[in-house]
Design a protein around this ligand. Structure first.
Ligand SMILES: [Zn+2]
Length: 512
């Protein structure tokens, strides 16, 4: 359904683009040309060029760094995209011949950045809002040596190692089936999760399936594990190819099963991929296996592209892969933020609260987060709480405010309910403020707006005030239809009507 919705959106966007193009002529592009070109063998060098171009075009959103070097001293590039506290880890090309995953990740990054720049929406949610809440930490090519060997052959390597590379490739000079890193270690059999019992392992360094002498022996796998331990992501995606299936379970604890299956199912329904059924005796050693057991958080290994056997996914498969994946990043962002929030001691809220004075609103429950504006005094629906922070549905988004000026658990008074006030009725600007104002409405019938604990909020000619339930009596007007009491315009209220209060006069103040 989501996908259909977005297709129709895309259609209208296309129509609009065509209209604009025909108005201005093709010489005036509506948007800057795309950076990532998917119709080419996507090399390590191409990736670096594109990363730099993306970081240059979107400097406020994309940051580049490196997490170490490959066995042949190629930098393992890291891209951070987004500004939020919830970290989502994406990685691709653990396996050399699976470099289509790098194309996918790079295209996702460009889509994130251009959508942010264009202020696009996903399911009515502002993309900017999502990317202000999450940060994608991305290693688009974990195995640059292997990718380079698979694409360019041994000429890209020093002649001193040609013989051993051919030997690891079982005598062949065709490296299209190469999966391992440059040293013949299978990087997705290098992680310390069931490493000892990995099945179908090669006995020595090989183009595929050699798990190494010990876990995290390969520099690339060690760098990935170190990164994950440092940033502790909420969830991780380790993209592989091919087969259109999703691995999502590795000895997953029963308490995490429903959560992880729900996430994988969302991804499956967007891509049309099938979930791999959990096995009671899985073969481990993969990044996803390790991530799930190390952090107890969800991770997935999607196998992108239709099954192609022992080679790379052909470029002709790209448009299908992109249609399947274009919106998955937004879903991951939404879920990643929810997972982050879940750790912040956030509790579900219910009912309404009344905000006594305007409050700055934030994207997540911290004054360090970006402000989204402010909420005016008034009644709001409470969605969640974290300590003194309250989450409120505001338009299509949710924002957080400090709860210091909020009355939790207010209810609306029944329509037309009024109270009679006496000269002893204290009129309060807020029920949190123990001192009554000097106002008096003795003998008047006033409409009740809200009920909070043992307080009524009443509508007076000077605005909304609070009275104690026990100091007023309810007016029942059962015989006659309830009519709004004509309000006395504020300027017509003579000052003499305001009776001196035994308390010091406090007006228009709000409790801190
Ligand atoms: Zn793979």
């Amino acid at each position: 359904m989501l996908i259909r919705h977005h297709r129709s959106k895309l259609l209208s966007l296309l129509v609009t683009t065509v209209l604009i193009c025909s108005l201005f002529g093709s010489a005036t592009p509506v948007h800057a040309a795309g950076i990532v070109n998917q119709s080419q063998i996507y090399t390590y060098e191409t990736m670096i060029r594109d990363m730099n171009a993306l970081a240059e075009r979107y400097p406020d959103l994309i940051r580049l760094s490196s997490i170490g070097e490959s066995e042949y001293n190629r930098k393992l590039w890291r891209m951070d995209v987004g500004k939020g506290p919830a970290i989502i880890l994406l990685n691709g090309s653990h396996h050399a011949r699976e470099w289509m995953t790098t194309v996918l990740i790079m295209s996702m990054v460009e889509n994130f950045a251009s959508s942010y720049a264009n202020n696009d929406t996903y399911n009515k949610i502002a993309v900017r809002d999502l990317l202000d809440r999450v940060t994608f930490v991305i290693i688009p090519m974990v195995n640059p040596d292997g990718v380079t060997l698979q694409q360019k052959g041994i000429s890209a390597f020093p002649s001193s190692v040609h013989e051993s590379l051919i030997r690891m490739n079982k005598g062949s000079r065709d490296f299209k089936r190469w999966k391992a890193n440059g040293k013949g270690v299978d990087l997705n059999r290098q992680y310390p999760a069931g490493w000892e019992s990995i099945r179908n392992t090669a006995s020595s360094n090989s183009y595929m399936n050699y798990k190494g002498q010990k876990p995290l022996q390969a520099k690339e796998a060690a760098a990935m594990a170190k990164l994950a331990r440092e940033i502790r992501p909420e969830l991780a995606m380790s993209y592989h190819s091919s087969g259109e299936i999703i691995f999502w379970n590795y000895r997953t604890k029963s308490e995490n099963l429903a959560r992880d299956r729900a996430l994988a199912s969302q991804y499956a329904s967007m891509t049309g991929y099938s979930l791999v059924a959990p096995s009671s005796n899985p073969s481990g050693g993969g990044f996803t296996d390790w991530f799930i057991s190390e952090f107890g958080r969800p991770a997935m290994t999607p196998e992108i592209g239709r099954a192609v056997g022992d080679t790379h996914v052909p470029l002709s498969e790209w448009s299908r892969i992109w249609k399947q994946h274009r919106d998955t990043g937004w879903m991951l962002a939404i879920e990643g933020y929810e997972l982050w929030l879940g750790k912040q001691d956030v509790k579900p809220g219910s009912g309404d609260f009344y905000l006594l004075s305007s409050e700055t609103s934030y994207q997540w429950p911290s004054p360090d987060s970006k402000t989204t504006g402010s909420l005016k005094a008034g009644t709001y629906k409470l969605t969640r709480t974290k300590g003194d922070w309250l989450e409120v549905a505001s338009g299509s988004s949710r924002v957080w405010i400090s709860g210091r000026n909020a009355l939790l658990g207010v209810t609306k008074a029944p329509e037309g309910l009024k109270v009679t006030l006496t000269k002893d009725t204290g009129i309060y600007t807020t029920p949190l403020q123990p001192k009554a104002t000097a106002l008096s409405y003795a003998g008047q019938k006033l409409m009740i707006r809200l009920v909070w604990k043992d307080w009524y909020q009443i509508q007076t000619s000077k605005g909304l005030f609070w009275v104690k339930v026990k100091q007023v009596s309810i007016v029942k007007e059962e015989e006659t239809p309830i009519v709004e009491e004509p309000e006395v315009p504020a300027e017509e209220v003579p000052q003499e009507e305001v009776l001196p209060s035994p308390e010091p006069v406090v007006q228009d103040t709000v409790a801190a």
